[in-house]
Design a protein around this ligand. Structure first.
Ligand code: ATP
Length: 644
C-alpha cells in the first residue's frame, strides 16, 4: 500500500508544480462532479416517490408541483454534470500541457543538473530516463489529468453513495466495499505482475526491441541497413525480441488469471447479499418505490469505489512514472548545473552578461592537471594515470597518441564532464565542474569551447546550429557569418534554400541534411562563436576526420591564427596537421610520454620523431608529409600513435 500512496503523492507534487491554481480548480470540480450523481439519485428517488401523489391529485396540486420540482432538480443535476464534464475536459487539457512541461523540466533539469557524466552512465538512471521518455512519447501522458480527475470523481461519488446506502443498513456498504476490495486487490495483483514483468524481467528486451524498430525507421540508419541488406534480418530480430519480451508479460498475466476469477466471484456474492436484503425489506413494505430507487442507485454507485478500468490503469502508470521522475531528480542532484563546456543548452535563460567581443579577445584560460588519474565507471583499469600537465594561458597544444591512448578522455576531464578518480583538474584555478548557477554570471557563456568527434548535429536552423556556441550572439548575423566564414562554410549560407533559417535535417519543411564535411564546418563555426562569446579555451578533438590532411592542416593553421589569444588544444593522430602548434604532448597509456615544441621533439629523435617519420616515410616518393599523411588513415597505415 505504501508504494501506491508514495506514487500518488509524487503525481500530486507534479500537479502542484505544474500549476497550483489549475490543480485547485480541478480538485473542486472533481468533488462537485462526484457529488452530482448522488444528489441526482436522491432527487430521482424523491421524484419516483412523489409520482403516485402527483398522478392522484393532478399536476396543479401541491403533490404534483412537488413532483415537478424534483423532476426539475433531476434535470438540473444531469445538466450540471454535463457542463461540469465539459469544463473539466478543458481544464484537463490545460493541465496536461502544464504536466508535460513540469515532467520535462523535472527530468530534463535533473539530467542536465549532473555536473558530470558519471551518473548518466549508471544503467538504472539510463533505464529510468528511458521509461520517463517513453511515457512522454506515448499518448498515455496526454490523458493523465483526465484520468486522475475521472478516478477521483468516481471515488468521491462512490464514497457518497456508500454514505447514502448506510442509511438503509450500515453493513450494506461495508459488504459491497469488501467485495470490491477483494476484486480490486485481485485485479491489482494481476496488473502489477504485468508491470513488474515489463519493468524488471523484460525491460531490457523491450528497450532493445524499441532500438531495433528505431533502426528500421530512422533515416540516419537507413543507408547502412539498405547497403548491408539488413532490413529483413532487423525486422525478424525486432519481432523476435518484442515477442520474447512480451511473452514474459503474457505469462505473468496468464499464471495470475485465477485471481481475477476469484475476485469476480466474491464481488457477485456481496452484491447478491445486499440486493436480497433490499428486495426482502421492500417485500415487507418497509421500503417505498422512492427509497428503493435511491438505494438501488446507491448500490450501483458504491461500485465507483472499486471499479477498475482504463483510468485506474493510466493513473497507476502515471503515478509510478511520476515517482520515477522525482526519484531521478533526487538521485541526479540539484538542478540545474550548467555544463562547463560545449554550447549552452537551448533552454538556458537569456543571459545578461555582456559578451567579450573579438576586439578585446577572450581572456585565455590556464589549464592545470595535477596528478590526475581516471577510471571509467565499471571499467577496472584506469585510462589516465597520474598525469601532470600545465598549459599556460594562450598556448596551443596538440595532444597526439595511438587509438585508445586517452586523448578524448583527457579532453573530457578538462571539460569537467567526469570527475577525476584522483588528482585535480583546474581551469584558471577553478574546478571545471563547478556550477555557475548563482551570481551575476548565471547563464554566461562557457569558458570552454569544444568540438568533439561526435559533435551534436542539432535538428534546428543553421542559425541555431552556429549560434548555440554563445546564446548572446544567437541573433548576431554578422558574428555568425564571420564564424561560418572562418570555419570555411560561407558557401553553405548561399547554397541553403532559406539561408540562416534552413533547418538542418530532412523531414522538416524545406529542411536539408548536410554532408559530413559541411557538418564539421558548422560545428567548427559554433566553436568559433563560443570563442567570440568569451570562451578562453578551445578544444578540437578530431572533428576534422572528414577532411584530407591538407585541408585539416589549413584549417588548424587558420584556427590557430584566429584564436591566437585563446588557449587551444588540438587532438589529432595526423602529426603533419599540427606542425604549427606551440607544443606537442604525446600521450601513451594514459600518461604523458613526451612533451615539447615540434622542432625540439623532432630533433630529439624520440617517440614523436619516430611517429612523424613513419607517417612521412610510408609515402617515400613524396617529400612533404602534409601532402600525404591523409593516406596514413588507410588500412594498415600507422595511426600516428605513440606505439606506431
Ligand atoms: N564512456 C566510456 N566508458 C568506458 N570506457 C571508455 C569510455 N570512453 C572511452 N573508454 C575507453 O577509454 C580508453 C581511452 O579512450 P579515448 O577515447 O580517450 O582514447 P583516444 O586516445 O581518444 O582514442 P582515439 O584516437 O581512438 O579517439 C579506451 O580504452 C576506451 O575504450
Amino acid at each position: 500500500m505504501r508504494t501506491p500512496l508514495r506514487n500518488a503523492g509524487a503525481l500530486a507534487i507534479l500537479f502542484w508544480r505544474a500549476d497550483r491554481r489549475l490543480t485547485l480548480w480541478l480538485a473542486l470540480l472533481t468533488v462537485v462532479l462526484g457529488l452530482a450523481p448522488n444528489a441526482t439519485a436522491v432527487a430521482s428517488g424523491a421524484f419516483v416517490g412523489s409520482v403516485p401523489g402527483a398522478v392522484g391529485h393532478g399536476p396543479a396540486s401541491p403533490a404534483g408541483r412537488q413532483a415537478l420540482t424534483w423532476l426539475a432538480l433531476v434535470s438540473l443535476g444531469f445538466l450540471a454534470g454535463g457542463v461540469g464534464l465539459a469544463g473539466s475536459r478543458l481544464l484537463c487539457e490545460l493541465m496536461n500541457t502544464r504536466l508535460t512541461q513540469a515532467l520535462a523540466a523535472t527530468v530534463g533539469r535533473a539530467a542536465l543538473g549532473t555536473g558530470d557524466l558519471t551518473r548518466l552512465a549508471d544503467p538504472t538512471v539510463t533505464a529510468d530516463l528511458a521509461a520517463v521518455e517513453e511515457f512522454e512519447r506515448s499518448d498515455l501522458h496526454l490523458q493523465t489529468a483526465w484520468s486522475v480527475r475521472m478516478l477521483l470523481t468516481m471515488r468521491t461519488a462512490g464514497l457518497c453513495a456508500a454514505g447514502i446506502l448506510a442509511t438503509f443498513a450500515w453493513w450494506a456498504p461495508v459488504v459491497l466495499v469488501a467485495g470490491w476490495s477483494v476484486t480490486n486487490v485481485a485485479s491489482h495483483r494481476w496488473m502489477r505482475r504485468g508491470f513488474t514483468a515489463v519493468r524488471e524481467d523484460s525491460g531490457g528486451a523491450l528497450r532493445r526491441a524499441d532500438y531495433l524498430r528505431g533502426l528500421l525507421v530512422d533515416a540516419p540508419a537507413a543507408k547502412e541497413i539498405r547497403v548491408f541488406g539488413l532490413a529483413g534480418w532487423l525486422g525478424e530480430e525486432y519481432t523476435r525480441t518484442w515477442r520474447a519480451a512480451m511473452e514474459v508479460v503474457w505469462r505473468a498475466r496468464r499464471t495470475n488469471a485465477w485471481s481475477l476469477v476469484a475476485g469476480t466471484a466474491a464481488l457477485l456474492a456481496c452484491h447478491g447479499v445486499v440486493l436480497a436484503a433490499l428486495v426482502q425489506r421492500t417485500g415487507r413494505g418497509e421500503l417505498g418505490a422512492g427509497a428503493l430507487t435511491v438505494y438501488g442507485l446507491s448500490v450501483i454507485g458504491v461500485g465507483e469505489l472499486g471499479f477498475l478500468g482504463p483510468p485506474q490503469w493510466r493513473v497507476a502508470r502515471a503515478t509510478a512514472l511520476a515517482r520515477q521522475a522525482l526519484d531521478l531528480s533526487e538521485r541526479l542532484g540539484p538542478p540545474p548545473a550548467a555544463p562547463s563546456c560545449g554550447p549552452p543548452p537551448a533552454a538556458r535563460p537569456a543571459v545578461t552578461v555582456v559578451p567579450r567581443g573579438p576586439a578585446s579577445g577572450p581572456a585565455p584560460v590556464e589549464v592545470r592537471l595535477t596528478d590526475v588519474s581516471f577510471r571509467y565507471p565499471g571499467r577496472p583499469a584506469p585510462v589516465v594515470r597520474r598525469l601532470d600537465l600545465r598549459i599556460p594561458p594562450g598556448q596551443s597544444v596538440a595532444v597526439v597518441g595511438a587509438n585508445g591512448a586517452g586523448k578524448t578522455t583527457l579532453t573530457k576531464l578538462v571539460c569537467g564532464l567526469y570527475p577525476p578518480s584522483g588528482g585535480s583538474v583546474r581551469l584558471d584555478g577553478a574546478d571545471p565542474r563547478a556550477s555557475r548557477t548563482d551570481g551575476p554570471t548565471h547563464g554566461a557563456p562557457g569558458r570552454v569551447a569544444v568540438v568533439f568527434q561526435d559533435f551534436l548535429r542539432y535538428e534546428l536552423s543553421l542559425r541555431d546550429n552556429v549560434g548555440l556556441g554563445s546564446l548572446p550572439l544567437l541573433h548576431d548575423e554578422r558574428a555568425l557569418g564571420e564564424a561560418l566564414r572562418d570555419a570555411g562554410g560561407t558557401s553553405l549560407l548561399t547554397d541553403l534554400p532559406a539561408g540562416w533559417d534552413t533547418i538542418l535535417a530532412r523531414g522538416y519543411d524545406g529542411g536539408v541534411d548536410l554532408s559530413g564535411g559541411q557538418w564539421q564546418k558548422v560545428a567548427l563555426a559554433r566553436a568559433l562563436v563560443a570563442v567570440r562569446g568569451g570562451a578562453g579555451l578551445l578544444i578540437l578533438d578530431e572533428p576534422t576526420a572528414n577532411l584530407d590532411v591538407r585541408a585539416e592542416t589549413e584549417l588548424f593553421d587558420r584556427f590557430l591564427a584566429l584564436t591566437r589569444d585563446t588557449t587551444t588544444i588540438l587532438v589529432t593522430h595526423r602529426l603533419a596537421s599540427v606542425r604549427h602548434v606551440d607544443r606537442i604532448v604525446v600521450l601513451s597509456d594514459g600518461k604523458v610520454a613526451e612533451d615539447g615544441d615540434p622542432d625540439t621533439l623532432l630533433a630529439a629523435g624520440g617517440r614523436y620523431a619516430r611517429m612523424f617519420r613513419l607517417q612521412a616515410e610510408r609515402f617515400a616518393d613524396h617529400t612533404d608529409p602534409a601532402d600525404h599523411a591523409d593516406h596514413a588513415d588507410q588500412p594498415g597505415a600507422p595511426t600516428g600513435g605513440a606505439d606506431a
